[in-house]
Design a protein around this ligand. Structure first.
Ligand code: TNX
Length: 503
């Protein structure tokens, strides 16, 4: 009997025997939060309501402390479905798995007889949304949280600021949103989150057991800061890369004091020698600390092409220390790993290729050698903004693109950076940059199904250690999720690489 389709692949699964049949007599008992989540999932998938009951029998949801964090087990036979989490998160993930197991059987619905034991490989499993190149409102973000959490992702990284706009209201620095949030790439409208909006996102994420990781990118990617506080920013530097990007993508080159709506990078920098810059950094991350319950604050550090290497070192050392002194763990893109004076708790985020080019592996490895560890976001595999080989006319191609679903899947975290194995890897994150991504539908189509490949890299056993961890298995399992994703309202890309199930 083939194993039922679960994504990301569980640590262990056995199947066989008569299924559990959902009927009007089926009852749900146990943990109230998990029961509400499961009832909603069953309603979305089957159109049926299940009644809750005080007595066990039917479907039972419990928390029994003991196993690893976030772990759960599911035991299904003809008589009962029992989901047991080691903690509330584990039970939540057990419910996500159960929602995937529910299958049509003629006119009815069944849960196949299985025994699943499951726990994550890595503690950090993220998705990033760039709300700076195009602003995306609270509802879009909430949907992304719901959809990503169903794949057991537990971190939402928001890229909140860039050359094109500043998207988070801060009372300590009101000019940022008042002056520098009005536009997006291509002259599209901008926008920003009020403090209440941000709180709503954080709370919604927490209800799905996700943390929010806010990123304020610096010292480059800061043209918008210069609109609000001109004294903090250098004039744009029109280097060869910037001018080439302007030629390739169109639009005007950046001009100091004028909103930038192009796609070039690497031309802006905060003033490194001015103490006012560090007052600004302390205000911004101080206020963000009070607003953000999660442990991480991301300070960017990528593509600072117009900041001299010496200045970059000074800046990264000071900013990482400011964040660490606030009691938070700094995260930076991998370029910052070359900086000797960086706070040693800083987590690095690797965005080089699956096969590292240049010195990207050496700078990334520095984080694993320190206390922080490494988040892997190999651009030619899990960058959700790369074009698909065929399909929507969205996305970029610079990272060895276009990127097929098979390429998004076919990499092994422990094989990317020589000398960095599971002990140095904090986790995996799939970034969605939004130069070309304007709507909620665009977010869905670029993210799904490739985000499922990243989720499996972050959650499931290493390739080679499980028969489920192959492209052949993955494409079948993802295909089986098509009806569930449709019921959840996910507008996924119907890639022809995947045998999508039809009901
Ligand atoms: C590189 S990857 C960037 C972003 C762009 C992205 C587009 C990284 C750390 N920086 O500024 O939006 O490419 O794919």
């Amino acid at each position: 009997m083939p194993l039922p389709a679960v994504v990301p692949a569980p640590a262990s699964m056995a199947a066989g025997g008569a299924p559990f049949r959902l009927s009007d007599a089926t009852t749900l008992s146990g943990d109230a939060d998990a029961a509400a989540g499961l009832a909603a999932a069953v309603r979305a998938r089957t159109g049926h309501d299940i009644a809750t009951a005080d007595e066990p029998g039917g479907v039972e949801l419990r928390i029994t402390p003991g196993g690893p964090p976030e772990s759960y087990r599911i035991d299904v036979d003809e008589a009962s479905v029992i989901v047991t989490g080691a903690d509330a998160v584990g039970l939540f993930y057990g419910v996500q798995t159960l929602a995937q197991l529910i299958a049509r059987d003629g006119d009815g619905w069944v849960v196949p007889a299985v025994a699943i034991l499951d726990a994550p490989r890595f503690p950090y499993r993220g998705v990033m949304l760039d709300v700076a190149r195009h602003f995306h409102g609270v509802d879009t973000v909430k949907s992304l949280i719901d959809h990503a959490a169903s794949l057991k992702l537990n971190a939402l990284h928001l890229h909140l600021t860039d050359d094109q706009g500043w998207r988070l209201q801060l009372h300590s620095r009101p000019e940022l949103t008042a002056v520098a949030s009005g536009t997006s790439v291509g002259g599209d409208p901008g926008g920003f989150y009020t403090k209440d909006d941000y709180r709503a996102i954080v709370e919604h994420a927490a209800s799905r057991h996700m943390i929010v990781v806010p990123e304020i990118d610096m010292p480059g990617h800061t043209h918008a800061v210069g609109l609000a506080y001109p004294q903090l920013a250098e004039d744009p530097v029109l280097g060869d890369d910037t001018l080439a990007a302007v030629r390739e993508h169109g639009g005007e080159p950046p001009v100091a004091g004028v909103p930038f709506d192009g796609m070039a990078v690497g031309f802006s920098s905060l003033k490194i020698d001015d103490e006012a810059t560090y007052d600004f950094v302390a205000d911004v991350f101080g206020e963000l600390t009070a607003m953000t319950p999660g442990p991480y604050l991301h300070f960017g550090g990528d593509e600072s092409l117009s900041t001299s290497p010496e200045d970059f070192d000074v800046f990264v050392a000071r900013v990482s220390a400011i964040i660490a002194d606030l009691g938070k763990t700094p995260i930076a893109w991998h370029e910052a790993g070359a900086v000797k004076g960086i706070a040693d708790t800083t987590v690095g985020q690797y965005w080089g290729y699956v096969v590292p080019q240049g010195d990207s592996d050496a700078t990334a490895k520095a984080f694993a050698d320190n206390a922080g560890g490494l988040i892997l976001s190999p651009a030619d595999a899990v960058y959700l903004d790369m074009k698909y080989p065929s399909g929507p006319d969205l996305g970029l191609v610079w990272a060895n693109g276009p990127t097929s679903v098979e390429r998004a899947y076919s990499w092994e975290p422990a094989d990317v950076i020589p000398g960095v194995d599971d002990t140095g890897i904090l986790g995996v994150e799939a970034p969605l940059w939004t130069e070309t991504v304007r709507t909620a539908a665009d977010v869905d189509t670029m993210a799904f199904p490739r985000i499922a490949a990243a989720a499996e890299a972050g959650w499931s056993p290493a390739t080679g250690t499980s028969s489920l961890r192959t492209w052949a298995s993955f494409r079948e399992r993802v295909g089986a999720l098509g009806p569930l994703w449709t019921a959840m309202g996910i507008g996924f890309h119907r890639s022809e690489e995947i045998p999508w199930a039809v009901e």
